[in-house]
Design a protein around this ligand. Structure first.
Ligand SMILES: CC(C)(COP(=O)(O)OP(=O)(O)OC[C@H]1O[C@@H](n2cnc3c(N)ncnc32)[C@H](O)[C@@H]1OP(=O)(O)O)[C@@H](O)C(=O)NCCC(=O)NCCS
Length: 178
């Protein structure tokens, strides 16, 4: 195994298409509340629109030789992006200072590569990119129901549960204390 890390330009976004679709299937397999919601979620319906709706985007991948085996996608968007839409309001807009928020939006390591530090490396790089935008006060992570491993992973990295939305379908985590 020879793992390397690379920031990927968005002209190469197709490189994470399969992993993104695997992430949706993974989340569906874990969900106990409305798993069928994931049926319409894919690279085309989730990743591409997020990319277009954000002000800044950051994609980092891990490769084993030439094969992409993990990715983390983060962005900075106007908080109004989260004000309404198919998933409703993601948070109390007034609780967020400033107009822009950071989000670690998608994160997936192929199963056989989990638990050996690749997630930590991608997480650290992503949070560091988000933190470099000093105007951002809040960083959010959305965890779908049933994914307790991810929830515990983010807790071990200092994120806290903020609240649930969509009747518990998603748990919102945030980089602040409550
Ligand atoms: C969650 C995920 C990104 C973590 O990446 P990873 O490469 O497996 O994690 P690491 O090997 O870097 O583990 C880092 C630390 O977290 C801990 N950790 C990992 N999985 C954990 C879990 N399920 N519960 C608690 N801690 C966990 C490890 O013990 C390790 O701690 P250490 O640094 O003290 O040794 C990865 O498991 C994954 O892709 N899961 C499937 C997809 C997913 O859930 N994505 C998130 C969607 S919100």
């Amino acid at each position: 195994m020879s793992i390397t890390y690379e920031e990927l330009g968005f002209d190469k976004i197709d490189a994470v298409r399969d992993l993104c679709n695997e992430l949706m299937l993974f989340q569906k397999s874990k969900a106990y509340i409305e798993p069928e919601r994931f049926d319409t979620m894919s690279f085309e319906t989730r990743l591409l629109p997020s990319l277009k709706g954000a002000r800044d985007n950051y994609l980092i991948v891990a490769k084993d030789d030439e094969s992409v085996i993990a990715y983390a996608y983060s962005n900075i968007a106007n908080k109004n992006v989260y004000a309404s839409g198919p998933f409703g309001q993601f948070f109390d807009m007034d609780s967020v200072d400033g107009d822009f928020v950071g989000c670690l939006s998608q994160f997936f390591i192929k199963e056989e590569y989990r638990g050996i530090g690749i997630g930590s490396k991608l997480f650290d790089q992503s949070i560091s990119w988000l933190n470099n935008h000093v105007e951002i006060k809040d960083i959010f992570i959305y965890v779908s129901n049933g994914n307790s491993s991810a929830l515990n992973f983010y807790k071990s990295k200092g994120f806290n549960v903020s609240h649930e939305i969509m009747d518990g379908f998603i748990t919102v985590m945030r980089n602040t204390d409550f």
